[in-house]
Design a protein around this ligand. Structure first.
Ligand code: 3H9
Length: 695
């Protein structure tokens, strides 16, 4: 039919094959090709059934996201689906890989669906800030019932072939997708099976139409984790129209809702996050064709919270791990915590009942660094002290096999210095995981001075294999994320001296969409850690020090910046803290003032953005989008705000720069002055995004 869609005839069966790598997204050419193929096959008197299949690694993975926001080209996806649905001959979708978004919607216009056993089917539009815009909100609930339908559409999570079969989304599980679908098509023809046209089939809606709570309960359950997001609510509302409105009217409303969301700021931010995440995995400044080294076994040094979490991430991906401790006691403790963690997840239904045993079997706990000898990748996760790190790396140099990648999970320390103690600095880099490491998706991959390109791409590839989002950064104190966080912490502390209270600052930050404010976060991490480190370095921080002197170490002590009821993690504002802040300020001769929420927000965000700009100037990060990825996946930055650099572009760099200058003068703090890069972009009326384009 065209370059990307082929039409063949196998006697009475027409086979339409989409071949548009990498994921067969529904570009205008693909839509046109399918439309014309169906029309041709429907008009061919010899053809009795039509199979729609895909070449390559997957069935259609959705609309072409890069086309959003551009002038629409016909035929629209709805027109393609209508052509299929109304063609009068059985159309069978042959699904393999992932049938997602518009890809699944096309199959819902088909009369039958078959899939291979590893296939996944879903409507993930919500993750891009959208709702399914080609009938998915109306046809999927008709196929699987409104309970599962609303769950799949609101969470965006796909289901596997077995569940799809159980719930009537597919008719059969087949071996080869196209050949299986063809055999199925011959059966349909022989049996003269009536076409199943979902738009006309309300049978699965009857129960929820009679008892609305079936739907509302399922919608509420699916919508639990969506603070601040518009799309999940729009998704649930659209599915509810299956119960209340005629199909065509609901389709009109679905379209309107889709167009509203696709033009909105949230979806723009979420689509930006999707592409930024993929961009981050493309390592810059490595020679073309560099291949990752093979990694079959990993060793992790240290079975503490970080080491254990990292080990679990590998075991979750089926990669065998040697977990190494200095003594039996520590090892037993670490192994016990992982087991408990897995058991709790299985008890919650988060993983299958047999998963804890299977995953623990992949983790071999041993004592002694000499046990790293078989590992292709070694990740050190011991105490954050340079002397200890150096000791460990000296030993790794002695025991690791040639070519093994040696990674440190340090969150601050200089990897160049660590690499120097080995005779193989080309194999040394940082892999900075975020706590809890088995949950948080970010991995900052730190490229040191001498890191070899193939060692670097190995770390990136491994991170992706264990379902982490890698972002390559350079050596710097705190790398990217923690360095920017330090800029924010400095301001949050200052705000207390000037007149704000912890609960006011935290409320502004959480209202913005972050999961926690800086003070609740401090309480969670433990205030004594910073106190000890300040003492070591001869630094004071009068309010934080006074809290620690009063035994207020945070959550673990039941009190910190807040108080905590026994057994509760919920921070409760404490008048004693207010008094402590007041007294400290008085003793320092400081007069407190009313600080507005607007000032708090600007002083929490803009200094961080300024630090991000410095990080770009210094080439510690190579793309603004990498910085955004780091904040999205390591610090819980709200996805609908895209990341700090994206947010700054939305606010306008001129405004950000002006406010920073203002606060620099107000606080007599020259470090708040806009960085050279920020100032230049602001003066030229440009954005951080323009840097990526010019690169
Ligand atoms: C939708 O369908 C709306 C409709 O309801 C209504 C319309 C009216 N478009 O992730 P990978 C690119 S919304 C364009 O690394 P994997 C991706 O950028 C859509 N490009 O591979 C990357 O490019 P590059 C609903 C896309 O194997 C390359 O493909 N669908 C699209 O790890 C490989 O991607 C979704 O939200 C796309 N739709 O994972 C599904 N998808 O190599 C989104 C991918 O230049 N996609 N690319 O960096 C995914 O979830 C994953 O890509 C998938 C493959 C699971 C398919």
């Amino acid at each position: 039919m065209n370059d990307v869609v082929k039409l063949e005839r196998h006697d009475v069966i027409a086979v339409v094959t989409v071949n548009s790598p990498p994921v067969n997204a529904l570009s205008a050419a693909v839509r046109r090709g399918i439309f014309e193929s169906i029309k041709t096959a429907a008009a061919d008197p010899e053809v009795q059934a039509i199979v729609l299949a895909c070449a390559g690694r997957t069935f259609i993975a959705g609309a072409d996201i890069t086309e959003f926001g551009k002038p629409p080209q016909s035929p629209s996806l709805n027109e393609v689906i209508a052509e299929i649905e109304n063609c009068g001959k059985p159309v069978i979708a042959a699904i393999h890989g992932t049938a997602l978004g518009g890809g699944l919607e096309i199959t819902l216009g088909c009369h039958f669906r078959v899939a291979t056993k590893e296939a996944k089917l879903g409507l993930p539009e919500v993750k891009l800030g959208l709702l399914p815009g080609a009938g998915g909100t109306q046809r999927l609930p008709r196929a699987v019932g409104p309970e599962l339908g609303v769950k799949m559409i609101v969470t965006g999570e796909p289901i596997g072939a077995a569940e799809a079969l159980k719930n009537g989304l597919i008719e059969e599980i087949v071996e080869g997708p196209a050949s299986g679908a063809e055999a199925f098509a011959r059966k349909v023809v022989a049996e003269k099976r009536p076409l199943r046209i979902l738009r006309n089939d309300d049978s699965k809606l009857a129960a929820a139409r009679a008892d609305r709570s079936i739907f509302t309960n399922a919608a509420a359950a699916a919508n639990k984790k969506n603070r601040g997001l518009e799309a999940p609510l729009a998704c649930a509302e659209a599915v509810s129209w299956t119960l209340d409105l005629p199909f065509d009217e609901a389709m009109k409303k679905e379209r309107e809702s889709f167009l509203r969301l696709v033009a909105g700021d949230q979806s723009k931010a979420q689509r930006y996050a999707f592409f930024s995440e993929r961009e981050a995995a493309k390592v810059q400044n490595v020679p073309e064709g560099v291949k990752p080294r093979p990694v079959e076994r990993v060793a992790i040094i240290g079975a503490g919270t970080m080491g254990g979490g990292i080990a679990m991430s590998f075991a979750n991906a089926g990669i065998p791990v040697t977990l190494i401790e200095t003594g039996e006691e520590q090892l037993k403790r670490g192994m016990g915590i992982m087991q408990k963690n897995y058991d709790a997840t299985a008890a919650r239904g988060g993983i299958p009942a047999d998963a804890p045993a299977k995953r623990m079997a992949l983790i071999t706990g041993v004592v002694g660094l000499e046990n790293v000898k078989d590992a292709d990748l070694i990740i050190e996760a011991v105490f954050e002290t340079m002397a200890i790190k150096k000791e460990v790396f000296t030993a790794l140099d002695a025991y690791a096999k040639p070519g093994a990648v040696l990674a440190s999970n340090t969150s601050y320390l200089n990897i160049d210095e660590i690499a120097q103690v080995t005779k193989r600095p080309q194999d040394v880099l940082g892999m900075h995981f975020f706590s809890p490491a088995n949950v948080m998706k970010l991995c900052e991959i730190v490229r040191a001075d001498k890191t070899a390109p193939d060692a670097l791409v190995t770390a990136v590839a491994v991170a992706r294999r264990i379902a982490k989002v890698p972002a390559v950064v350079g050596v710097a104190d705190g790398f990217v994320g923690n360095r920017m966080l330090a800029a924010r912490s400095k301001q949050s502390e200052k705000l207390l001296f000037e007149g704000a209270l912890p609960q006011q600052v935290d409320a502004v930050v959480t209202k913005f969409g972050m999961p926690m404010g800086p003070f609740a976060m401090g309480d969670l991490a433990g205030l004594d850690i910073g106190w000890r480190s300040r003492k070591d370095r001869g630094i004071t921080s009068p309010i934080a020090d006074a809290l620690c002197e009063a035994g207020r170490f945070g959550q673990k002590a039941g009190k910190g910046y807040y108080k905590y009821e026994a057994g509760s993690r919920a921070p409760v504002p404490d008048p004693d803290v207010e008094k402590l802040i007041d007294d400290t300020c008085k003793s320092l001769g400081l007069t407190r003032r009313i600080v507005s929420d607007e000032e708090i927000l600007e002083r929490m965000m803009y200094p961080m953005i300024n630090e991000g700009a410095r990080i770009l100037e210094e080439k510690v990060a190579s793309r603004p989008s990498d910085i955004d990825v780091i904040w999205l996946y390591g610090y819980g930055w709200p996805i609908y705000r895209g990341g700090p650099m994206f947010y700054a572009d939305q606010v306008g760099l001129k405004h950000v720069a002006e406010r920073l200058s203002f606060y620099a003068k107000q606080a007599n703090d020259p470090s708040l002055e806009p960085s050279a890069l920020l100032k230049r972009l602001a003066d030229e009326g440009k954005t951080f995004a323009s840097l990526a384009k010019s690169a």
